[in-house]
Design a protein around this ligand. Sequence first.
Ligand SMILES: Cc1cc2nc3c(=O)[nH]c(=O)nc-3n(C[C@H](O)[C@H](O)[C@H](O)COP(=O)(O)OP(=O)(O)OC[C@H]3O[C@@H](n4cnc5c(N)ncnc54)[C@H](O)[C@@H]3O)c2cc1C
Length: 387
Amino acid sequence: MTHYDYIIIGGGCAGLSLAYKLNQSKLKNKKVLIIDQEAKNKNDRTWCFWADESTPFDHIVFRSWKTIEFLSDDFALLAPLQHFTYKMIRGIDFYEEAQQSLAQNPAINIINEAVLSTQEIDNQVIVKTSNQTFSANWVFDSRFDKSPFSPEMPENHYLIQHFKGWQIQTKENTFDTDKIRMFDFRTEQGSEVRFFYILPFSPTEAMIEYTLFSKYLIAEEEYEEKLRDYVSNSLKIKDFEIKETEFGIIPMTDYKFKRKQGQRMMNIGIGGGRAKPSTGYAFYRIQQDSAQIVQSLETSNQPFFKEKNSRQFEIYDALMLNIMNRKGESIKEIFTELFKNNPIERILSFLNEKTNFFTDLLLMSSVPPAPFLKSIKNVFLSRNLVK
Ligand SMILES: Cc1cc2nc3c(=O)[nH]c(=O)nc-3n(C[C@H](O)[C@H](O)[C@H](O)COP(=O)(O)OP(=O)(O)OC[C@H]3O[C@@H](n4cnc5c(N)ncnc54)[C@H](O)[C@@H]3O)c2cc1C
């Protein structure tokens, strides 16, 4: 049985980000095994995030933007991002960069097998795959177990962010490559949150997504119908070709994900609670998490670091999820007022959980109070958060 210092289960975003960070640290000579059931060699997703600092994969950023557009029925905003940059990384570029860089280090191996079980025995973890058995001092697990989650779970909110995207090519110059359309709420809301999102890559190429925050998926045809209608009637594009499609589901929950699976096993990625509950953004948080895990290993020889107390943000997330759950259509008005009454930097810092309580009060006083009143009662009286 081969022994490793670290075994990382899952060579997706969190697994490769952690290994990449380890490989740049004092721990780069530690023996590492990454096990993924799939060869990660497809452009299966794109990651977008905003930051006001440099980030570990800046050299493979595919496109970046400095202006954001927000559209609602009676409000339009074009806002320069000031200190922030909105960045996009293609999945395939990330996988190739991480895998090629890790392949230079003989102490790091990647294999494609399914992990079937893990067990802690005598200060080490035994990891069994479909073909082999390994042991490790520490295991980092990025598998996401969906089984506890359902929209009807009593103690927590559970919604999904789901989206279908078309990467289209037009004949004519159509897109303004200086700005992303972050929210276009000019669409029927139903009882959920629904909006369009546009990432322009060139004057003739863009990714256009139809996104919902809701309890359940909609029929496959409905995403397609909405996209076709938006492209033809809102964007007035008659002649276009769909080059690629993207479909994704991201959990949006205030469930308290366990970080420890045992004394020597740490959950990372979505399964380690790294997606922001009210937005689903996870990439930037995963980079911050990887850096903190590696720092903890370097300084204290164990990965569990003391997490920043973000209780105020847990409460805001739970309130937003409660409103989405009860009255999703009211998010359109909340977001419209939020973008109307606040500088964009304040909103983006808040969503990155980098604001103080005074700034949070300014943001909260800028949105309609009615939907929050009932949610405050729900969240404080009946939810896990206050136990
Ligand atoms: C289509 C899509 C687009 C997204 N876009 C954004 C975005 O723009 N911005 C953002 O911040 N977030 C985005 N997200 C959310 C989040 O960043 C991603 O889901 C991210 O990939 C999560 O990283 P992860 O490592 O937790 O999961 P993954 O990247 O999915 O990695 C988990 C890995 O575990 C492997 N695995 C699972 N079970 C086993 C097993 N038994 N044995 C071995 N391996 C196993 C899987 O094959 C997979 O490779 C997006 C998500 C999706 C699905």
